[in-house]
Design a binder for this molecule. Structure first.
Ligand code: PMP
Length: 392
């Protein structure tokens, strides 16, 4: 070895810099909300997943602090040892009610829920059919599974059916998809996917990280919105719910199986009880949160319409995730820097998070943004888009 350890790593980081893929951390110095102090400067945030503003809701914060005083700040063990409290059980009951399933199981976060399900449920001899734009945690879960993974083209039902026809000899087939895709904001055609699954006797797993709290009359998510009941519903509490934690909802048999076989459930310290109490309270707000969801929809339309009017070609996703596709990574970073100079925080999203040549600003809007803040975003995007020749 003629290179020091640090020199070797520096070269690897330099390679990322040369490709416009270098990343740095930003420090948030105030509570989550539309206006946040980022690295010492006040910015309007158009990139958070706190879609309903519940991460800083007084009712939710009070629930957390009360239980923190009663139960302490850490759970001190895994669920199967000393880390199980009435708040874990209560939240699981609440999630099952919310998702209208028999049972639910908590994980430390959505990432580990996806890994826990996909690494344990499909067995050797099975096939997982996975949408090309699925979240990294689904991809990693598939990598850990003993089943074979086949990727189908993004929301392409013809390709999915073709792959279902080609895999009839597999022991079992599992179709896995995001409910709302995290970088594009589009909604998976779950109704058609369920029909295909029925036709070819496949099981369906849906990760509804971004639909939960947002879509459907009661905010139960994409499955409520499209009136479907997949075999496994995965989700996170870290986005619209505003807290922390992942979950799986489904039959009692599914949950019993995961308690016994899912390694990310078995070998993880459980969530702090205070966080579970906060989530219980937040779900209460969500079920009764029609007004919050209406405010969010109004803001989604205001951003989409505003950007369309000034010449951006928008997908019109109906979700708070509104991608501004820039293409080139350097240009996306430049766009984000220019937004920053105009008082707006929305980092560039680059490969491997999105495909090569599709770097973007992933704008997210929340129920809390005001029309003045949205207008400021649109005006900034017009100026920058023209200067960088992004608007054609
Ligand atoms: N699934 C999707 C679709 C996501 O976007 C994310 C978060 N980025 C996760 C899972 C992981 O959830 P968590 O942040 O709770 O780990």
């Amino acid at each position: 070895m003629d290179q020091s350890f640090d020199c070797w790593l520096q070269n690897r980081v330099d390679l990322l810099k040369n490709k416009g893929l270098y990343r740095t951390l930003h420090t948030m110095n105030s509570s989550p909300g539309p206006e946040v102090n980022v690295n010492g400067e006040n910015k309007i945030v158009f990139s958070s997943n706190n879609y309903l503003g519940l991460a800083n809701d007084n009712r939710v914060k009070n629930a957390a602090s009360q239980v923190a005083h009663e139960f302490g700040v850490g759970s001190s063990g895994s669920r199967l040892t000393t880390g199980n409290t009435k708040w874990h059980a209560r939240l699981e009951e609440r999630i099952a009610q919310f998702k209208q399933t028999e049972a639910a199981l908590l994980f430390s976060n959505g990432y580990l829920a996806n890994i826990g399900v996909l690494s344990s449920l499909p067995e050797e001899g099975d096939v997982i059919l996975s949408d090309a734009f699925n979240h990294a945690s689904i991809i990693d879960g598939c990598r850990l599974s003993k089943a074979r993974t086949i990727v189908y083209k993004h929301v392409d039902l013809i390709d999915l059916e073709q792959k279902l026809m080609e895999t009839q000899k597999a022991d079992r087939r599992f179709i896995v998809t995001d409910g709302v895709f995290s970088m594009d904001g589009d909604i998976a055609p779950l109704d058609s996917i369920m029909q295909l699954a029925k036709k070819y006797s496949a099981y369906v797993i849906v990760d509804d990280a971004h639909g939960t709290g947002i879509l459907g009359e009661f905010g139960r998510g994409t499955c409520e919105y499209l009136q479907v009941k997949p075999d496994v519903m995965i989700g996170t509490l870290s986005k619209a719910v505003g807290t922390e934690g992942g979950f799986v909802a489904g039959s009692k048999e599914l949950i019993d199986f995961l308690i016994n076989q899912s390694r990310t459930f078995i070998f993880q310290t459980s969530l702090p009880p205070s966080v579970c109490a906060a989530s219980c309270q937040s779900l209460e707000v969500i079920v009764q949160g029609k007004q919050l969801r209406n405010a969010l929809v109004t803001n989604i339309w205001a951003v989409t319409e505003g950007l369309t009017k000034i010449g951006y070609r928008m997908k019109g996703t109906n979700t708070p995730i509104i991608p501004l596709i820039i293409g080139d990574s350097y240009k996306a970073v430049k766009f984000s820097q220019m937004l920053h100079e105009k008082g707006i925080f929305a980092p560039a999203i680059r490969p491997p998070t999105v495909p090569k040549g599709e770097s973007r600003i992933r704008i997210t809007v929340t129920a809390e943004h005001t029309i003045e803040e949205i207008n400021q975003l649109v005006d900034a995007c017009e100026l920058i888009g023209n200067e960088l020749s992004v608007i054609r």
